[in-house]
Write a protein that binds this ligand. Structure first.
Ligand SMILES: Nc1ncnc2c1ncn2[C@@H]1O[C@H](COP(=O)(O)OP(=O)(O)OP(=O)(O)O)[C@@H](O)[C@H]1O
Ligand SMILES: [Mg+2]
Length: 312
């Protein structure tokens, strides 16, 4: 048994690390009165992309703001069968973009490309004006907060689980994040509050409480860009309200890409992208799309929430 176990360990050790040719890094900067940025070793709370230009031997700094654009992006997982076709979209800092569409339309795929879990075949994705292929993957991902449908919790205290969002967050910062996420209330009612041990992937918590912790985690990380895959599991209406409110507070002031199932999320998005078979077939806000009487109207009038739940 030990030999078999060791074999698996060695297999993992032999695994090739993910390739990364990114050379644009995220650094702390100070901003002078004239708006110029200079690198700092201290934690200033202001971040910038450090972009060396080899040909000229210069370095430029671009403030991290969370501006994301897709220019004619084509993508297929195997490089041959295209899953996304000519995706064009932009999100200016602080905007909320919702993706809706039936199952297999490509919603999750788009978010996988922003993370650079996969590289695109054609087109360009720019982040704060920089081609994301040039950005170091670890730094790119550090700037993105991701809240997925199901949250993994580790064996450890509630506080440690929140701190997983940003490992150098202080206790106070984690608690502030929990408050923002609306998780503080239920945590204080746990037997040992923030020091309660979670075991077996948080088996002792309800679905809604796990979602609140996921929001707290993202709040602790405090990223400029958020990617949310809204959970479809039904939770009781009271918790649902807490989750909704926590999400709204988390999204405030951040660029957000949300795969939306909740009507309230969809309705207050700046732009809704309706995807079908890997193409954006309609876009606009809720009122515009309702007036168009197209696919969105159909989805919406055919009881959106049930469609959404069935889709994932
Ligand atoms: N890892 C993968 N490898 C190969 N093909 C994939 C992979 N993930 C998704 N696909 C394919 O890409 C297409 C788009 O899938 P995607 O997961 O983006 O859909 P979705 O819109 O998120 O659907 P859902 O609402 O069910 O989550 C589908 O045809 C799917 O089969
Ligand atoms: Mg999906």
């Amino acid at each position: 048994m030990a030999v078999a176990g060791a074999e698996r360990v060695f297999e993992l050790l032999d695994e090739k690390p993910e390739e990364d040719q990114g050379y644009v890094e995220l650094v702390n900067v100070r901003e002078a009165a004239d708006g110029s940025l200079s690198e700092s070793r201290d934690r200033t709370g202001i971040w910038a992309w450090r972009h060396p230009h080899q040909a000229e031997g210069t370095v430029t700094y671009t403030k991290l703001e969370g501006d994301v654009t897709f220019h004619g992006v084509d993508f297929g997982y195997d490089g041959r069968n295209m899953v996304l076709h000519d995706i064009k979209m932009f999100a200016t800092p602080g905007q909320k973009i919702a993706f809706v569409g039936s199952t297999g339309a490509g919603k999750t795929t788009i978010t996988n490309l922003i993370n650079r879990f996969y590289d695109i075949q054609d087109g360009k994705i720019r982040y704060d004006g920089i081609n994301i292929n040039k950005i170091k993957k670890a730094d790119l991902r550090r700037s993105l907060g991701i809240v997925l449908q199901d949250t993994h919790l580790f064996t450890g205290t509630v506080l440690e689980n929140i701190r997983y969002g940003r490992l150098d967050a202080t206790d106070e910062e984690c608690i502030a994040a929990a408050k923002l996420a609306n998780a503080d209330g239920f945590i204080r009612h746990l037997p040992e509050g923030y020091h309660t041990m979670l075991t077996g992937d948080g088996g002792n918590l309800s679905q809604g409480q796990r979602q609140l912790l996921a929001i707290a985690r993202a709040a602790a990380a405090d990223p400029p860009v958020l990617i949310l895959d809204e959970a479809t599991s039904s939770i009781d209406t009271r918790t649902e309200k807490l989750v909704q409110q926590g999400m709204d507070r988390l999204m405030k002031g951040r660029t957000t890409f949300v795969i939306a199932h909740r009507l309230s999320t969809i309705q207050n998005s700046d732009c809704i992208m309706v995807l079908e078979k890997g193409s954006i077939i309609e876009r606009g806000n809720h009122e515009q799309l309702m007036a168009e009487r197209g696919k969105y109207y159909q989805l919406y009038t055919g009881n959106f929430e049930e469609e959404g739940a069935a889709a994932s």
